[in-house]
Design a protein around this ligand. Structure first.
Ligand code: GLU
Length: 449
């Protein structure tokens, strides 16, 4: 099996593109596991010279690497094959399988007016102009692993343009020639390419080549059933990365998105995915990309990491160091890397100053009285251990004849500046005695900031 991923570097790698890359990759690696020689080829379709930039190529390679989608051949620039494409076009002309014509879109319309709207345009060699392929009589069958066979009657297809008047090859010619030369056996890509496939098959047939098997992946929709776009949140791999998702969770989620009847909330390792993946089981209807489900899955992956591993990754993500203690007590409460700093940043940057509501509610006169009592009780602890802090704070409500939260919330707001934090005993113990007392004193002295 030889598959390829062939992105056009006109922007970032979108989630739909990443899913196509992943399905090709899983197909190839799955075949390899079953002992079948297989390769995953990376081709950069950079024929749009204006929109294809080296930065975009870099970004795509980077996103693939981040996802762990390694390639066996490439990246191959499609532009670098232009001489070969031109040679094929020349050859088709020489053999009379293609012709030059000056026919315009109007001429094609006029042809249909005369011969019938469902009749494909047929031209004659005029010795100049763009180059079209002669469509032979007969029919073409697209073997699609997801949709089954679709038959196209050649009579309805226009002679396709394969090169401009200056001989520069067009997209469908270039793709078919590259796939033939690379001996691609399976073309797995988005169904937005469906309309290109018959044109490419005409090139295969003109060149006397067996076409590959196809798999046209249904489009990705957002949770509202509309085509996935920025409106739905992250739309590119880079955005998912920036938002603090783990590549392994993204892979797991994308793999199960619209694949067979599996529940998209199942955790499967890369090995299991490679073993089980079957492109023929991809559903025919659009798949829904739902970031809340990805978050859920990401949380599962994140909690399964060891504290050391999670600390390592969070330190890389945030560029900060010394996070281990905070990571240890936050792990249960975060679903992405991005959740960490809003939850635990106060350990490092001081209590938050932007939650006025929490201060007004919990650092009022009663709250400050409670804090003073908490300060006295905590101030005598030695050692200031988690157990001692917990015991002290748990006993305080009964002593003061208040509800537990009337103690815990003022302490939390004093330490964190807000009501959302890791466990309050753990937080105090991590801050240590001096800092805990300092923050409580500051809250009593100036509750507003
Ligand atoms: N370059 C095309 C794209 O990025 C994909 C070509 C193909 O899969 O045949 O949409």
């Amino acid at each position: 099996m030889r598959v390829r991923f062939a992105p056009s570097p006109t922007g970032a790698l979108h989630i739909g593109g990443a899913r196509a890359a992943l399905y090709n990759h899983l197909a190839a690696r799955g075949a390899a596991r079953r002992g079948e020689p297989s390769q995953f080829v990376l081709r950069i379709e950079d024929t749009d010279r204006e929109r294809s930039t080296p930065e975009n190529v870099e970004q795509i390679l980077d996103a693939l690497q981040w996802l762990g989608l390694d390639w066996d051949e490439g990246p191959i620039s499609q532009v670098s094959h232009e001489a070969r494409h031109r040679e094929v076009v020349e050859d088709l002309l020489t053999r009379g399988l293609a012709y030059r014509t000056t026919a315009t879109a109007d001429d094609v319309r006029a042809y249909k007016d005369e011969h019938g709207a469902d009749k494909g345009f047929r031209g004659t060699d005029q010795g100049e102009g763009a180059i079209r392929l002669h469509v032979p009589e007969g029919e073409l069958v697209v073997h699609d692993l997801i949709r089954g066979d679709t038959t196209f009657q050649n009579v309805h297809m226009d002679d396709p343009v394969i090169a401009r008047a200056d001989g520069s090859p067009l997209y469908n010619l270039a793709v078919a020639v590259d796939d033939i030369d690379a001996e691609i056996t399976h073309v797995i890509h988005g169904e937005d390419h469906l309309s290109n496939t018959p044109k490419q098959l005409l090139v295969y047939s003109a060149l006397g080549k067996e076409p590959p098997l196809f798999a046209h992946l249904p489009l990705l929709h957002g949770p509202d059933g509309k085509k996935l776009s920025k409106r739905h949140g992250a739309a590119s791999v880079q955005e998912l990365r920036d938002a603090g998702y783990l590549p392994e969770a993204v892979i797991n989620y994308l793999a199960l998105l619209g694949w067979g009847d599996s529940d998209d909330e199942t955790i499967l390792s890369r090995e299991e995915l490679e073993e089980r993946f079957d492109v023929g089981k991809v559903t025919k209807h659009p798949a829904r990309f739902d970031e809340t489900k990805l978050r859920w899955l990401n949380g599962k992956y994140l909690r399964a990491l060891s504290v050391d591993e999670l600390t390592d990754r969070l330190e890389q993500h945030t560029g900060r160091t010394g996070l281990r203690g905070a990571v240890e007590i936050s792990q249960e409460k975060i679903s992405t890397f991005h959740d960490f700093w809003p939850l635990a940043g106060f350990f490092f940057d001081g209590p938050k100053t932007d939650d006025q509501k929490a201060r007004d509610q919990w650092l009022d006169d009663d709250g400050r009285k409670t804090l003073a009592a908490a300060r006295d009780a905590l101030g005598v602890l030695d050692p200031f251990s988690l157990e001692a802090v917990e015991q002290t704070l748990r006993e305080l409500p009964a002593t003061l004849e208040v509800k537990p939260k009337q103690v815990f919330q003022p302490v939390r707001v004093a330490l964190a500046g807000t009501t959302v934090s890791p466990g309050i005993f753990e937080s105090a113990a991590l801050l240590g005695k001096d800092e805990t007392l300092r923050r409580i004193d500051a809250a009593i002295a100036s509750p507003g900031t």
